[in-house]
Write a protein that binds this ligand. Sequence first.
Ligand code: ADP
Length: 475
Amino acid sequence: MPESSAERNAPNWPVIATILGVLFVACGLIYGLSQNELLTLSGGIGVGLILAIGWWLGADATKILVEKKSLLAQGEVASPADPGTLNKAVGTTLVRDAVRFARSAIEATPNPVLIVDAAGRLVGTNQPARDRFSIDTGQIRFSAVIRRPNLVDAVSDVFKTGVTRTLSIESRVPVDRYERVSIAAFEADQERFVLLSIQDETEARMSERMRADFLANASHELRTPLAGIIGFIETLRGPAREDAVARDRFLEIMHLQADRMSRLISDLLSLSRIELNEHVAPTARSDFAAAVQEIVESLPPDKQKRIQFKVGDDPLWVIGDWDEIQQIAANLIDNALKYGGAQSEVRIILSAWLPRESALRSAMREWDGASRLPLTSPEVDRERLYCTLRVEDSGPGIARQHLPRLSERFYRVEETATGKSGTGLGLAIVKHIVNRHRGGLVVESEQGRGTAFSVYLPQPLELGPVRTIAEVQAT
Ligand code: ADP
């Protein structure tokens, strides 16, 4: 453990006393004092020295206690979680260090931690808590930060009874989140405080729910192609055993069914993986323009010819995972090519550094007579700027009544999907990736004109154009 400044600055009293003693005896001998005179004089000086040291230590401890009280009153520090630590620290005059120690310990805790005093003020929080509840430095009322009546009631209950409680809380916006809060009281300086420690259980709960969903969906969707394959095998072993033409045709169909099963499994697996991490927003920076360009270039030449896409030289940064933003682009472009009709053109438009309202406008307000709907939206954040990707086709369009169900798992629009291969999971995957990225997904469609799906993703302001948000909003 590093040496504290209090320990470093303390005088080394045993060494000083030994030096003074030796000097005193030497002087006595030089001036020829008797043994009794020497003993009486040294006794007097010893008592004086002890009184002086006692006064010095007492003054220092009082100063530290006063300082600690004032720090607590300003709510600048958390009180030590363990009164035992505090008592030990008082005994060794290290109260100031005990307060710092407690603050550092709370700050180092990976889970969100909040400390509330008897007046309902937040007197201590760590960074995970400040991030989780978007606490500003000016916010000091616990009930203003946590607007959950059951949690506020539980905290006042623990204040009254001193009995530790645990509570489960669920949030739905912007994404599903499950948390367990432990609420415990502790005493410090004859005052009662309550400490809330929050455990994120989303991953465990989601994986439990997903395992059940996955089994139900997968078995339902896999049963049809599997039944087909089994039927063809039986036919090939029986009536069609000697029929070479039928055998080739059946093998071809079996191949298609097996392909469909393999696509289904890979889509289900990527959906599960994304859902599992959906509550953890990405932190990486990726160039959305480069990601889309790479997807376009990976298409066969006949499909590339149908795509209109121009990118500038500047990177269009988004806060996102490269692989996931590529999956968004791949699914939307694949749908536009597939459902837009064999000859239709697909337009890809990227717009960047837009405030939320402008992003929404550029995403879904292009066609006057069209129906439009947000399929998922981020929380309102006036400080954010967004990059929009719009993928437009000139296909048959989707009737208005289908729009709300478009990103549901396995939902396929009969009029457009008949005869086209697909799993009904592509848009569900896009929606979950967009949710994880705290972005939005919208659809605009007009029958006879075409369909446009757009996503808008948050951009990292530090990599943006050198303009303030207010300037961008004004344009
Ligand atoms: P999949 O394409 O695998 O069926 P999706 O989730 O990607 O699954 O799409 C769901 C349904 O939405 C599709 O089956 C199709 O009916 C409809 N759809 C998606 N994109 C378009 C589009 N660009 N034009 C018309 N219909 C579309």
